[in-house]
Design a protein around this ligand. Structure first.
Ligand code: 3H9
Length: 678
């Protein structure tokens, strides 16, 4: 087998090149090749300096994640990097694309780092439930200081080359098109000098002088880190870099790394990493299917949803024509979009120029004819089949042939909507989640007649606008809302049977959701869709509205709220629920948190099983992607289907049976055979 590593001698500088597509992951052959190349360089008198670079789209993107959990094959990354750093001939990392995880650790073990301005560098291991395992937690703080290292190691977002230079992680920025030549020249300029080794660096004194730095960071990032094991381990490792000699710090890192690697959180998060990528693949649509060009998008409806959807395209540089029925609604919609952009700019995440660029791509209109030359039109109008069909019939008449017509419906039948047109092959569902400019998830709903190229185009486009897309078949509520309705059903039933509504919320919060259903109701407003007749009470929500408990905005809903919007359970509400239950003949009893958890979560797994059985999701991991991105299911459990696998499908079946709840044949069969979903 040929090695993915080759070398080229440029006079006195040896260039070591990795060619391991797609992302130059540091698999066994790469590690071996790197170690051999360094040893070769040390033994070759012609070589006075070494440059390490990668072919293809990126510098090393990290350890090869597919090797995790398999028997290790040497040389391991730490020993490969130690050999590199030990060299007394200068070794220079020449970085383009993304130097991530183990790739960043390669760069840290080199004596110098040069990068093109578009490069990014980071330690995203926490996003896989891990910490760096090749001395990254020890070398980085020694090189840039604990304060600069902490967010990189514990939050894991990569930083741009320029920022990396400003903190001392990159020594020089080089030409975008002359990386190799510039890196060779840089390396040559260091020949004969003592090499700086980041393991010997002393920049981490800030953490020693101010040990509070670590707790302050933990407090500041508390919300982001809630429930995750890896960020705390990352903080501990960076702290150790200041407290211990290098070799001991490395030992500490290894202990923490190994513990995380063998835990369920990392398994879950690695599952998610591959799940997100698998979701892009459509079983019966070849990867090379020709994509339809989307240069101009039409949006119908400039309300919260339509405006949010439009912003996705504008931000990605795609022109949008947005249509409303009335001028004032159109004006209101466009000004909300502008305000949202301006707020983003105020937070420093956009420049004023970018705001103008995005808004400059927007054409507001009251005329359907202005949508004629759009390549894709998405309607975000009132959720009513007759209204939708009317819109689609009109679009079919006005918009050019070959354009895609999409509905943002969250539960209506796309196939029925398509019958209003003469181009059902070009009709698709694009279900955005609110707020549509922020939420990552996009359910791409495939109708019975949706063409393969239309589907492939939607998937490609979703990536361009920064969404995580999952294909769903046509069924009420698609994947996400269909499963949500099962949870909601149980939440309502549980409080009718006597469960404390705050226990219902707390169970989900403790599981790792950002909020429970009753908190959510208060936040959104309990009076949404209320008929405004206090004498007509047929649900608990109506009973709350009848006494003015409309939610957070009224200072009271299910909970009472103080000035700081802190919630306190309300005796009044508990009584309202008890009275309502008595009226309905539902006896109340004490219900444990254990029962609440099982009744909220197991029916979702069961519904997921049915969705799989009916072919409404292509694979179990797609369901996990939907729930993690659209509904706040905690990432560290891997999503509902992966979580069910980890607790055992027979546990789920037994739990459902114990509570007299439905068990689908698909789930039961899998459980009986001892199988898993993923
Ligand atoms: C680590 O380094 C631990 C060390 O500290 C310690 C060791 C001792 N391995 O994302 P894409 C595959 S942990 C294996 O679609 P993009 C990916 O599955 C690692 N495979 O491309 C996909 O396969 P397919 C720390 C990998 O251009 C294909 O490559 N590093 C790896 O949108 C294309 O990927 C990270 O966490 C990998 N490391 O984005 C970085 N990476 O085509 C992980 C990718 O079959 N990677 N693949 O579906 C990324 O963030 C993105 O892939 C990257 C490119 C930004 C690099």
């Amino acid at each position: 087998m040929t090695s993915p590593i080759r070398t080229e001698l440029h006079d006195d500088v040896l260039v070591v090149i990795s060619d391991n597509p797609p992302v130059n992951a540091l698999g066994q052959a790469v590690r071996q090749g790197l170690k051999d190349a360094i040893e070769g360089a040390l033994g070759d008198d012609r070589v006075k300096a070494v440059v390490i670079r990668c072919d293809g789209r990126t510098f090393f993107a990290g350890a090869d994640i597919t090797e995790f959990g398999k028997p290790p094959q040497g040389p391991n990354l730490p020993e490969t990097l130690d050999a590199m750093e030990a060299s007394d001939k200068p070794v220079v990392a020449a970085i383009h694309g993304t130097a991530l995880g183990g790739g960043c650790e390669v760069a840290l073990a080199c004596h110098y780092r040069v990068a093109v301005p578009s490069a990014k560098i980071g330690l995203p291991e926490v996003k896989l439930g891990l910490i760096p395992g090749a001395a990254g937690t020890q070398r980085l703080p020694r090189l840039v200081g604990a304060e600069a290292a902490l967010p990189m190691v514990a939050i894991g977002n990569p930083i741009a080359a320029k920022k990396a230079q400003s903190i001392g992680l990159i020594d020089a920025l080089v030409g975008e098109d002359s990386l190799e030549a510039d890196a060779i020249a840089f390396a040559r300029s260091k020949i004969g000098q003592d090499v700086p080794r980041s393991s010997e660096g002393t920049a981490n004194q800030d953490g020693v002088k101010n040990p509070d730095l670590f707790d302050e960071f933990r407090t500041r990032q508390g919300r982001k880190m809630r429930g995750f094991d890896a960020p705390n381990a990352a903080i501990e490792a960076v702290k150790a870099a200041g407290e211990m000699p290098y070799a001991e710090g490395v030992k500490k890192e290894r202990e923490l790394f190994m513990k995380l690697m063998s835990g369920t959180q990392s398994a879950a998060m690695r599952h998610y990493f591959f799940a997100e990528r698998a979701a892009n693949k459509i079983d019966d649509v070849p990867a090379d299917t020709e994509i339809l060009p989307i240069k101009k998008v039409g949006i119908i409806g400039a309300g919260t949803m339509g405006g949010g959807i439009a912003m996705n395209f504008l931000s990605a540089g795609i022109a949008v024509t947005i249509l409303e029925m009335k001028q004032d609604a159109l004006d209101r919609g466009t000004s909300v979009m502008r305000k949202n952009y301006e707020n983003t700019a105020k937070r420093g995440r956009m420049t004023g120029e970018q705001v103008e660029q995005a808004m400059g791509l927007l054409t507001p209109t009251l005329e359907y004819d202005d949508l004629a030359d759009c390549d894709l039109v998405i309607e975000a109008v009132f959720e009513n089949m007759d209204v939708k069909k009317e819109v689609f019939a009109k679009l079919d008449e006005t918009v050019k042939q070959g354009a895609i017509l999409a509905s943002n419906t969250s539960y209506l039948d796309i196939d029925e909507i398509a019958t209003a047109t003469k181009r059902p092959g070009y009709v698709i569902g694009l279900h955005f989640f609110s707020p549509a400019n922020i939420m990552k998830l996009l359910e791409v709903v495939r109708g019975a007649k949706t063409r393969g190229d239309v589907l492939a185009t939607a998937m490609k486009l979703s990536k361009k606008i920064g969404k995580v897309a999952v294909v769903s078949g046509v069924c009420p509520g698609f994947i996400g809302n269909r499963m949500l309705s099962k949870r909601q059903e149980q939440a309502n039933q549980l409080i009718m049977e006597g469960a404390n509504y705050w226990d219902v919320d707390d169970v989900l919060l403790e599981f790792g959701f950002p909020m429970g259903p009753f908190q959510m109701g208060d936040l959104a407003g309990i009076d949404i869709g209320w008929h405004r007749d206090p004498t007509k009470v047929t649900t608990i929500r109506e009973a709350l509205c009848a006494v003015g408990r409309f939610g957070q905005k009224a200072g009271k809903g299910f909970y009472d709220y103080d000035e700081a919007r802190q919630r306190t359970p309300s005796d009044e509400v508990k009584q309202i629920i008890a009275d309502f239950a008595a009226r309905e003949g539902s006896e109340q009893r004490d219900i444990s948190k254990g029962e609440i958890k099982e009744r909220l979560l197991y029916p979702m797994v069961n519904e997921g099983a049915k969705i799989l059985d009916e072919g409404m999701a292509q694979r179990a991991s797609d369901i996990d992607v939907v729930w993690i991105n659209g509904y706040g299911w905690p990432l560290f459990t891997g999503g509902p289907m992966f979580w069910a696998d980890t607790i055992g499908l027979s546990t789920v079946v037994e739990g459902l049976e114990k509570h007299g709840l439905e068990v689908s044949d698909y789930l039961r069969n899998k459980a009986e055979k001892g199988e898993t979903f993923n």
